[in-house]
Design a protein around this ligand. Structure first.
Ligand code: PMP
Length: 397
């Protein structure tokens, strides 16, 4: 049965982790990862999460099945976080939200539903994008193309080319957009640019699929949802996949959600019924623990305040690491100006390092980064940043 099965290619980032683990140098640093670590270099267990978990264990609740669409209070809290407490769309029942297995699960449910709706549609993702976007939409049966996004010469967005690409797409083309904290580049659109994107998407009849995996890591919970709200204000039918892996530091619990903006309460009913079919035939119902914890935090004012404070600490720490890296590179004599790193948002930075320079960082200094030059700024801390800055300065000149 399995004699003809080919070996699938290794995930390049997991391969990097294996090499890092096998490295015996005590000074080694892993900047290839996709998780937030605190100043002590560890994945934090947030205080708000810990409190909510204690209460949940103390309550000794039975573990029955959740509804297919997940916990109602969770789904409602997700909607408020994305669209704002006073959203007219929420009041008009024009948003459908289902709990999902992380952001990946949300993308998968959305992709499967879209495939049933419009099987011949093309999907466009940014160049570059999170590496799973292409695989996920291709896996759901779509042809996937790239739209221009990152421009290395300016460390910015190739915006005119992006708009030209969107204007060339057929109606119904699904455009996957990073709502904030673009992975892997850290380079986001400005509000003005978002306005133009919304205008073109609406005029051309494209289907926006906003992926928001870092809400609260950029400029704040509301500020990071600006793009989602611009699409909502324009009344465009849209998909939004949320991940709480980073913002609640709950990676392994698989907490996320898919929200869909419809044109009417009646459409919402129909859409929800179809989403439930997709979920039912994939994994039936979502898991309880992570959703219960996030729901408890978002729906309790004291826990929510505690979480927002911790989220703010993570956001501030990342931004401090960005400015600190820029300063330390300058102090280490780097002739190149790395100021663009402080303007980037979220966990990642396209550092501008070449594949060769990344190899030298690994071989000579035990500093691991992705071959594209992507570094995880959230893996920098006060104990490793001097060594990282000195090593980067050494390989670039
Ligand atoms: N989208 C983007 C842009 C991401 O960076 C990630 C996670 N790295 C995800 C989705 C998936 O999130 P999750 O781990 O919650 O599945």
């Amino acid at each position: 049965l399995f004699s003809a099965v080919e070996l699938a290619p290794r995930d390049p980032i997991l391969g990097l982790n294996d090499a890092f683990n096998a490295d015996a140098r005590p000074s080694k640093v892993n900047l290839g990862v996709g998780v937030y670590t605190n100043d002590a270099g560890r994945i934090p267990l947030l205080r708000a999460v810990s409190e909510a978990e204690k209460a949940r264990v103390a309550a000794a609740t039975p573990r029955g099945y959740l509804p297919i669409e997940g916990i109602a209070a969770y789904d409602q809290a997700v909607q408020s976080m994305l669209f704002g407490n006073d959203s007219a769309l929420i009041k008009a029942h024009r948003i459908v939200t289902v709990q999902a297995l992380g952001g990946t699960g949300a993308l998968k449910i959305g992709a499967d539903f879209l495939k049933r709706l419009n099987p011949s549609a093309q999907v466009a993702i940014s160049d570059p994008s999170w590496e799973n976007h292409r695989a996920l939409f291709e896996g759901a049966g779509f042809a996937v193309v790239n739209y221009p996004y990152y421009e290395s010469a300016t460390h910015g967005v190739a915006f005119d080319a992006l708009i030209a690409a969107f204007e060339s797409y057929a109606r119904g083309t699904i455009v996957v957009l990073h709502a904030c904290c673009h992975n892997p580049t850290g380079v986001d659109l400005t509000t003005e640019q978002w306005r133009k994107v919304v205008e073109v998407v609406a005029a051309r009849g494209l289907v926006p699929f906003l992926d928001i995996a870092y809400q609260g890591f950029g400029d704040g919970i509301d500020a990071d949802a600006a793009a989602v709200r611009l699409f909502a204000d324009a009344g465009v039918s849209a998909f939004v996949s949320s991940s709480f892996s980073k913002s609640f530091s709950l990676y392994g619990e698989r907490v996320g959600a898919l929200s869909i903006v419809t044109q009417s309460a009646d459409e919402s009913k129909h859409v929800l019924s179809q989403l439930k079919r997709v979920i039912r035939t994939n994994y039936s119902t979502p898991p309880t623990h992570g959703g219960m914890i996030v729901s408890a935090i978002l729906n309790d004012s004291a826990l929510r305040a505690m979480w927002e404070e911790e989220l703010g600490e993570m956001r501030t720490r990342i931004r401090t690491m960005r400015t600190s890296l820029v300063e330390k590179l300058r102090a280490a004599g780097a002739r190149r100006d790395f100021g663009f790193v402080s303007a980037q948002r979220g966990m990642f930075s396209y550092s501008g390092l070449s594949a060769q320079q990344v190899d030298r960082l690994r071989e000579e200094f035990g500093i691991y980064a992705v071959g594209t030059g992507r570094i995880c700024v959230a893996a920098l801390n006060t104990r490793n940043i001097d060594a990282v800055a000195a090593a980067i300065a050494a390989v670039i000149d």
